[in-house]
Ligand binder design. Structure first.
Ligand code: PRP
Length: 182
């Protein structure tokens, strides 16, 4: 069983258990392996939240692939309507003519992913798809494709399994709603 050990007085409520995450990752790893068998695949983790998911997901895959990471700046409130985001750490590998799978921990407004998709498309990948552990349809500002999805969740503030609140809780092995102190 997953134990919740909050660092402080914040209130946490389990939304997705460790067991549910593990099962889903086995399922996703199998599906991705089948879909990309025989193709040259680059798995791209979007720093930093997706790291736990990316590593665990790739452990459940049985095909060859390359791993790379990209980091983008957080958009400001002001920029959120325009989706202005910039790359703060770019890929090290070329994705030209390769199959690319972007791995996210969460797709919320879709602004980060929308930007990434537009940017990576200009590099002429053979294919460009998206895998996210969590999807929050209710928060969408821009329409983005989600090809592989772990869980749909409502518009709540979640932490754990890579997701943070002021850098805390990323290492929880489950997803919990955090009721932030007023
Ligand atoms: C989170 C998450 C996505 C993005 C999703 O990253 O990892 O990249 O936000 O939100 P959106 O759909 O509204 O654009 P965050 O900026 O919190 O950085 P982190 O992963 O380093 O914690």
């Amino acid at each position: 069983m997953s134990e919740l050990k909050p660092y402080d007085d914040n209130q946490l409520k389990v939304i997705v258990t460790q067991e549910q995450i593990e099962e889903k990752i086995i399922e996703l790893g199998k599906k991705i392996s089948e879909d990309y068998a025989g193709q040259e695949l680059v798995m791209i983790g979007v720093l930093r939240g997706s790291t736990y998911f990316l590593i665990d997901l790739t452990r459940k895959m049985n095909i060859p692939f390359a791993i790379d990471f990209i980091s983008i700046s957080q958009y400001s409130e002001q920029a959120s309507s325009t989706g202005v985001v910039r790359i703060t750490k770019d890929l090290d590998v070329s994705i030209s003519d390769k199959q690319v799978l972007i791995v996210e921990d969460i797709v919320d407004t879709g602004l980060s992913l929308g930007y990434l998709l537009r940017n990576l498309k200009t590099r002429n990948p053979a294919g460009l798809k998206v895998c996210t552990l969590l999807n929050v349809e209710a928060r969408r500002i821009v329409e983005v494709p989600v090809d592989y999805k772990g869980f749909d969740i409502p518009n709540i503030f979640v932490v754990g399994y890579g997701l943070d609140y002021n850098e805390k809780y990323r290492n929880l092995q489950l997803i919990a709603e955090l009721k932030r102190p007023k």
